[in-house]
Write a protein of this length. Sequence first.
Length: 422
Amino acid sequence: MVCTATQNVLFGVIGFGWGYVGFFDGAAPVTGERALRNPQYRRRLLATTMISGALMAVAAAPAFAQDSGEAEVEDVVVTGSRIVRQDFEAISPVTTVSSETIELTSTLTVDSLLNTLPSVVAGNTRNSNNSGGESFSTVDLRGLGPQRTLVLVNGERVPASSTTGVVDINTIPASLIDRVEVVTGGASAVYGSDALAGVINFVLKDDFEGAEISSTYGAAFEGYSPEFEINGLFGGSFANGRGNLTVYSSYYNREGTSQSELDYSRVSTAVIVRPDGSYGTAASAQEAIDNAALGGFTYLSGGSGTPAWGTVYNNALNPFRGLGAAVGATGNDNFLAGNYDLNCDSVANTTNYDSGNLSFNDAGELRPRQGSGFCAVPDRAAGSDRYNFAPDNYLIIPAERFTITTIGTYDITDDIKLRTQV
């Protein structure tokens, strides 16, 4: 009867929970509070509970493979990387450019390398002209200006190359760079206002051992602006590896390419609107005349309105008067009817030029200033007084650089390191 009671309780535990507990020993069933007050029944209840728990644990245990002939893995090796890459450690967005990337791209100048990064807006580069006072290469993060981008070498500030506080990044030899870390997030809280756009840290090679001599030659396009670089890198360790001395020297030369050397850049053209509404350029007054004959017009003037040969401006409060007769009396008939063309349309004006702005022709003679109409194209041969500045500018500026750098390091202790750079 005890076994029967135990079975009944077991089914109650597994199938239906603890809602009902009952024992049958041939007498009337004992349930509820009476059963719990009875020591005998409580001992039986404890025993059945323990048995139920053991059976449930066995039912929940995972099944193990029975086939002992399966192959067993003896060793599991987990490897990690000790390569220094700030991309995965810094809280600010960091881009790392390694020395391998510099070698694979055959980069000769640092600005050429950095300008390929999406966060960098091209500052002064080899294609810069009239750069507003800076005659060297700069870097500009997020277009906030080079004065808002902090340049570091091995974590230390680089002295400014001009009074504006901007650094010439081409003083940093590309072949000596181990890696470049570009922090594209603002770092002004740490470094100051000159790091508002971010920080660029050049980490140089300081543990080189051996000797390396290399040279690179190339050209921009179609053989224009050939550039050449030769550099040597020498280094060695001493004091059982606690110190290292690295010496680097290089020579770099790039020829310039003037805008006057190519047809499409020889003239600082005017912008025209064609009859179909599309935009184009006019490098001569005749091109603008032909476009107007078809129904187009000149949209923007080309060149500069401030010519090298000078302009005499008319004062409306005290204007010139009677220039035709007054200047003509000196033997200069450029102000007389039929002797000047204010529109550069090859049709001479039919009245005297008695008042207005003045300029000079190629012979240095005073004449009416001709800058309107088709004279908006800086075509000096057609009579325009607008200045064609294109021939005086470069498509690619020339450069020549000679560099010598010495880097020495010495580990005084495991935590203190002495470093010098010249």
